[in-house]
Design a protein around this ligand. Structure first.
Ligand SMILES: Cc1cc2nc3c(=O)[nH]c(=O)nc-3n(C[C@H](O)[C@H](O)[C@H](O)COP(=O)(O)O)c2cc1C
Length: 222
């Protein structure tokens, strides 16, 4: 494996910022966008169940529709080269006894039947007891956390190849999900909208970063 230096990695983290306005004239090459999405695919998730789905919205009219209720996304919808919706699976898919979990263990993880049965038992205890994921909301929020790991990876990967991004939670969840149902053919009983994620090339230089020092956010017990 070709290693990259710590400096190169830190430079990418410093390069990444929440880009407010993108340069409309610059379009991300298809293979670059596919590379970014590939880092979402390779992201880790709890039990490896990948409770996510990503929709890349390039259609202008659909982007217009998405503006409804999405106060934090308007300028990004107008200017981003690529605009991704991070969808998270609801209990229909992600509850321990769902057909999706069964399919996933047998077809994706290739677990023999007995191993799958055992794993499902552990997953059931994890959801019902260990993590108390006993309502639709808690289950969705837990699955959503996995979806955010993919988001972080996409933003970092993009920065590493000089592409800007902006994570977006500036929307009314109910209104935006209604738009998804009505215009994007997404079954919102099965998926919820976790975030929007815009990609492109910056128009303006970013503001200086504001961050607490490492010793304020890390405690060592030695
Ligand atoms: C989950 C999440 C949601 C965010 N939502 C928005 C948003 O709706 N609109 C926006 O302009 N920035 C949004 N941001 C960007 C943050 O404001 C930004 O990351 C933070 O202020 C730190 O600045 P930096 O990313 O430029 O270093 C969001 C960031 C995260 C992680």
């Amino acid at each position: 494996m070709n290693m990259i230096t710590k400096n190169e990695i830190l430079n990418a983290f410093k390069f990444r910022h929440a880009c407010k306005v993108f340069d409309k004239t610059k379009v991300i090459a298809k293979n670059d966008m596919e590379f970014i999405l590939e880092t979402a695919r390779l992201s880790p998730s709890s039990f490896g169940f990948e409770p996510w789905y990503f929709v890349v919205v390039q259609n202008k009219e659909l982007r217009e529709k998405l503006k409804k209720g999405a106060w934090g996304a308007t300028i990004k919808l107008d200017t981003a080269s690529h605009f991704v919706l991070g969808l998270t699976m609801r209990d229909f898919f992600i509850k321990y006894d769902s057909p999706y979990i069964q399919y996933f263990m047998s077809q994706i993880q290739h677990l023999p039947e007995e191993a799958a049965l055992n794993r499902r038992k552990i997953f059931k205890t994890f959801q019902k007891k260990d993590f108390d994921l006993n309502t639709e909301r808690t289950l969705f929020d837990w699955a959503s956390k996995q979806c955010y790991i993919a988001m972080a990876n996409m933003m970092t990967a993009a920065a590493m190849i000089g592409i800007d991004s902006c994570p977006i939670e500036g929307f009314n969840k109910k209104t935006s999900e209604e738009v998804l149902q009505k215009y994007l053919d997404i079954d919102i009983k099965k998926y919820g909208l976790s975030y929007m994620l815009a990609f492109g090339y910056r128009l303006n230089p970013p503001k200086d970063k504001t961050r607490r020092q490492l010793n304020e956010i890390v405690g060592w017990k030695e």
